[in-house]
Design a protein around this ligand. Structure first.
Ligand SMILES: [Zn+2]
Ligand SMILES: [Zn+2]
Length: 584
């Protein structure tokens, strides 16, 4: 039996430790635990090191974290040594070794003692590149002990460019197929820490004097925006920056420390000019290390009130007194937004709350679950959509009405894990059918996941069809549903007022099935959520807002029968967005 710890663990810290012990008792797959900043990760690490039977190696990428972890491990009365060139200590003889990954990777022969557990702090930094320092070191450690257990800790398990850092989540949710870690075994929501008083209450502020409009920006795959485009947009928004900084100066009068997240280096310079008489410092990725350290220590000592930065103070930076966070940069990443806001949530004396102001109208909820997809529209919110096949409650981006009912969601594939294999549920809320084998694929798939044949590029197909005669591409500007003597008529109008209509009867079961296949399902904004049994046209019309309009209709003129519908295109972003006129 191990001695009782020197520090009393908080309930969730003990739960995290227990989940690790439980996992490694039964499995050897690598594991991740997710704890928000401020949850006390080093205490969890220290307790794990204390109760582990064999030798434990704790790895991090910066010497500050080596020190912080070593301090907590020492409190737990564990025999420890430190291996970090930056700290001028290189010992590996303790039961617990706390190392910087750079120093350890450069001296791998020293790490031959047969560690039983390796704990990686800030594990979202581990890359899947086999030649990375982490991977090389893990390979060496496994040579000395093939049973080595690998545990990662992080506050940010999701990246817009590469997805989740784990393959499966213990809530029965899928992660990313190619992730480095296997299982997420514990995750603590930020809300819990605030509710229990372990973090400061974030206070949002609505009385904005000005706000940037970044709505027309579209992010790159990794969720970033082009600095040039951002600068151009800011330049077009006149005196917004002046008004924002004036308001910040006012609001911060009784605040202790303010962090301003600027969008670009040029934007930051503009902000600095407005703060010239107000004790401000600027750091960017290019600020020399000594200057940067000086600015940070001045800020921590409250000699500087405003800390302006461009993409540098999101992780690792800790100044508990910060009680105003001003976000003046756009981001499509909920995780990045939470990291920025998280800089202000530490408890500190004379700090009843932290004001968090989103001047970029990013519109994220600090407590919302992570949605594995860039935010598709500025008014999108997280919605819960149960899978009709496995019942898993998916979190997707969506739109809701004033009552909170879902109007639309942007989910594609169910995120649930099913079966004893725990593989991803195959249900797709939206998909496209492979013309060769009939398998359903993601709407953006280039190759069929089943038969690997090329999925048809809509533009290529349209180009072919439109060069043949009697075809017309109808660009839908609006859509209306009407009841014509019990028949459901769908009218489409293009920008010139031309009309094309489809009609559906609902008398027989076969007619209702046809309506479902040709209209209800493809037009459904709330894919996968059950439909009522529509038995009349009027009932469908009552639900009209549930049905989205297609972007394009491909029509073909048939002898005697006139224009006939060949295909509908939803979510179309190709070259044919500007419709031609009706002609044959
Ligand atoms: Zn499912
Ligand atoms: Zn196929």
């Amino acid at each position: 039996m191990s001695k009782t710890p020197a520090i009393q663990l908080r309930d969730y810290q003990q739960q995290a430790v227990d989940s690790v012990l439980r996992h490694f008792r039964h499995h050897s797959s690598s594991a991740v635990i997710v704890l928000p900043t401020g949850a006390g990760k080093s205490i969890v690490i220290a307790e794990l090191a204390r109760v582990a039977r064999g030798k434990v190696l704790v790895l991090t990428h910066v010497k500050e974290l080596v020190e912080q972890n070593a301090e907590k491990v020492a409190l737990m009365d564990t025999e420890l040594s430190i291996y970090s060139a930056g700290l001028k200590q290189k010992h590996v003889d303790g039961k617990t070794v706390i190392a910087s990954v750079q120093s350890a990777a450069r001296n791998q022969t020293q790490f031959n003692a047969g560690f039983s557990l390796v704990i990686i702090d800030e594990c979202h930094r581990v890359s899947d590149d086999d030649t990375s320092q982490y991977q090389q070191l893990l390979t060496t450690l496994k040579q000395h002990n093939p049973q080595l257990k690998v545990l990662g800790l992080t506050a940010t398990p999701y990246r817009l460019d590469s997805g989740y850092i784990y393959k499966r989540h213990y809530h029965g949710k899928v992660g990313s197929e190619s992730a480095i870690f296997d299982d997420c075994i514990f995750e603590l929501p930020l809300r819990y820490l605030v509710k229990k008083g372990y973090l400061t209450t974030p206070k949002t502020f609505d009385g904005l004097s000005a706000q940037y409009d970044f709505e027309q920006l579209s992010p790159a795959e990794n969720g970033d925006y082009s600095p040039g485009e951002v600068d151009a947009l800011i330049a077009h928004q006149g005196r917004a920056t002046t008004a924002i900084i004036q308001q910040l100066i006012q609001l911060s009068e009784h605040r202790q420390g303010v962090i301003i997240f600027a969008a670009t280096v040029r934007h930051a310079a503009e902000i600095m000019a407005l703060l010239v008489e107000h004790n401000a410092a600027l750091i960017t990725a290019d600020t020399p290390a000594t200057e940067r350290d000086q600015a940070i220590s001045d800020f921590r000592a409250k000699r500087i009130k405003f800390m302006v930065n461009v993409a540098v103070l999101t992780t690792g930076f800790d100044a508990p007194h910060v009680d105003l966070i001003a976000i003046l940069r756009p981001t499509a990443s909920a995780g990045l937004y939470q990291q920025m806001a998280g800089r202000g949530l530490r408890l500190a004396p004379n700090k009843p709350d932290c004001l968090i102001i989103d001047y970029a109208a990013n519109g994220f909820d600090l407590f919302a679950p992570e949605i594995p997809q860039a935010k598709p529209a500025s008014n999108a919110v997280p919605v819960q959509v149960p899978c009709p096949e496995c019942g898993f409650a998916n979190s997707f981006w969506g739109k809701v009405d004033a009552d909170g009912d879902i109007i639309e969601h942007f989910g594609r594939r169910c995120q649930g894990l099913v079966g004893s294999e725990r593989s991803q549920c195959t249900y797709r809320f939206r998909g496209k059918i492979c013309p060769d084998c009939g398998a359903e694929n993601d709407i953006a798939a280039r190759n069929c996941h089943s038969c690997n044949s090329m999925m048809v590029d809509p533009d290529k197909r349209l180009k072919e069809v439109l060069t043949s005669r009697h075809h017309h591409l109808f660009r839908v500007d609006s859509m209306q549903l009407q009841d014509v003597g019990g028949v459901l008529q769908i009218d489409y109008f293009d920008i010139d007022g031309n009309q094309f209509s489809e009609t559906f009867r609902l008398q027989t079961a076969a007619q209702r099935r046809a309506l479902f296949a040709a209209f209800l399902k493809p037009h459904d904004r709330r894919a996968g959520l059950p439909f009522p049994q529509y038995s009349t046209a009027a009932a469908v019309i009552d639900d009209a807002r549930r049905f989205r309009q297609p972007d394009l209709l491909l029509l073909q003129k048939k002898p005697k029968r006139g224009w006939q519908l060949v295909d509908k295109f939803f979510d179309y972003q190709g070259r044919y967005q500007i419709g031609a006129n009706f002609c044959d």
